[in-house]
Design a binder for this molecule. Structure first.
Ligand SMILES: [Zn+2]
Length: 312
């Protein structure tokens, strides 16, 4: 972590100032140390360069494993595509001028694919994740000068309310035990006049029904076993591309159909392993924005992608 992160971090339980004791440093990076709350005396360790406000993966252990195994797959800088940049724009609609000088929150940073895009802009980004994916993010982007990371729970974020100019959560809130409450916490951290954008799974149509049934089993299997089962998507892709049988198989037991085999494997694992996977309709999420006093709420293609601006 950078000492500068203390400008934004506070004790998640009482919102008071934290004092840093450094045990090990590498240049401007604090690798090991302790954060102590000046008010309630709670302590939070800094381990492998990351302040830790939770001590376990909790309900998100599949993501810890996922982003350890597939750390580089979705990063634009590593795969030579602009896929993450495209998905970030598709969800937020924010232009370069929106990012200028902004403090940005990435809630559920994973391995850092979107935070890496933001770091290329004239902005400072803070990525949080409850799972050990945060270590993958640190290896990928943790040393960039305008990136901060913390392992923290979205329901107990280590920030004061109204800290961020922009906040986004892409494909994350539906994996928490209570997405609406998670949204409210996130919304509270946005400044008045600031922007919030989310991407959530939708439950339009019926394509999700069969895989939802399969998930009743797959979410109970050991992650290593699911790692192997998901790998079947690599060769099965060619069977699933056949005209009739492929369509039928994809209805009953869908796999990712992405052409990149690693991404396909990761995506299939990502669908069948998370403990929680809620799905929503646009009107529901629209109400979340409205009830948190957001205005100019916009709806984008590829449900569910929405953004809003926080009113006074
Ligand atoms: Zn405290």
């Amino acid at each position: 972590m950078k000492v500068r992160a203390l400008n934004f971090l506070v004790c998640p339980s009482c919102q008071s100032t934290l004092k840093l004791t450094t045990d090990e440093q590498d240049g401007s990076e604090v690798l090991t140390g302790t954060l102590r709350c000046l008010e309630c005396d709670a302590t939070y360790p800094v381990v492998r360069g990351i302040p830790r406000f939770v001590d376990a993966d909790s309900y998100a252990s599949s993501f810890g494993r996922q982003w350890t195994w597939f750390r580089k797959v979705q990063l634009d800088s590593m795969n030579g595509t602009c896929e993450s940049e495209r998905a970030l724009l598709a969800t937020t609609g924010w232009q370069e001028s929106d990012y200028a000088g902004a403090l940005v929150l990435d809630a559920g940073v994973g391995a850092g694919r979107f935070a890496e895009c933001v770091a290329r802009k004239d902005a400072e980004v803070f990525g949080v994740d409850i799972s050990s994916a945060i270590d993958a993010a640190y290896l990928n982007i943790g040393r960039l000068p305008n990136v901060h990371l913390a392992q923290a729970d979205i329901f107990a974020l280590p920030f004061r309310e109204r800290t961020f100019d922009l906040a986004y959560s892409i494909g994350v809130l539906h994996h928490t035990p209570d997405p609406r409450a998670a949204f409210d916490r996130l919304a509270a951290n946005v400044k008045v006049g600031g922007g919030l954008a989310v991407y959530l799974y939708d439950r339009y149509g019926f394509a999700h029904r069969f895989p939802d049934l399969a998930r009743k089993i797959t979410t109970r299997l050991p992650l290593r076993v699911m790692g192997v089962i998901s790998a079947l998507s690599i060769p099965l892709y060619y069977v699933y591309r056949l005209p009739v049988i492929g369509k039928l198989l994809n209805l009953l037991f869908p796999i990712s159909m992405l052409p990149d085999w690693r991404w396909r494997w990761l995506d299939t694992f990502d669908w069948y392993t998370p403990r929680y996977q809620w799905k929503f309709l646009y009107p529901e999420v629209f109400r979340w924005f409205r009830e948190n006093r957001f205005k100019e709420v916009e709806i984008f293609d590829g449900p569910i992608r929405m953004r809003g601006v926080k009113a006074a």
